[in-house]
Write a protein that binds this ligand. Structure first.
Ligand code: ZN
Length: 163
């Protein structure tokens, strides 16, 4: 088990877009394993590579483990190929912005396309917590955090309280 340091906002790396993974290598397997260990230890449900200072398009997610069933997923070069018109407003936390919950409006369902660690292509409909978490993590790969998805007024209040 190897834990990596989670960068804290406003580290500038959290505001930079990440590069696509061109070729999946053993380094990515190690990265994904370390990220899952780090996510479970934090504890959290999702973690994106830039949050551990690796500027590549990869995130890990497990939205069910806190309820007792581990289902770790590794998502390489994820793309949202469809988003529901219906949205919901849900409070989101972020391991890089500890102690802050931001109410973010997002589509309630998406289709996500990605590659796994073996390079196999997947595309699935995600709903509920999985849809929400995947959108949050995909945002990290574009250099966005939940602060970037809320109003300037709400952001000012939350940033003011954040230490
Ligand atoms: Zn986050």
């Amino acid at each position: 088990m190897a834990l990596r340091e989670i960068l804290r906002w406003p580290d500038p790396r959290l505001s930079q877009p990440c590069a696509p993974v061109e070729r999946i290598t053993p380094r990515h397997r190690k990265l994904a394993a370390d990220m899952l260990d780090t996510m479970y230890a934090a504890p959290g449900r999702g973690l994106a590579a830039p949050q551990v200072g690796v500027m590549e398009r990869l995130f890990v997610m497990d939205v069910t483990w806190k309820e007792g069933t581990r289902a770790p997923g590794v998502f390489i070069n994820p793309r949202i190929t469809w988003a529901d018109e219906e949205t919901s407003l849900v409070g989101e936390g972020c391991l890089s912005i500890p102690g802050v919950t931001a109410e973010v409006e997002r589509p309630v369902a998406i289709r996500l396309a990605w590659r796994d660690l073996d390079g196999a292509a997947h595309e699935e409909l995600l709903t509920g917590a999985a849809a929400r978490c995947a959108q949050h993590e995909a945002d990290h790969l574009d250099g966005l955090v939940h602060f970037d998805r809320i109003s300037a007024e709400q952001r000012a209040v939350l940033e003011g309280a954040y230490t």
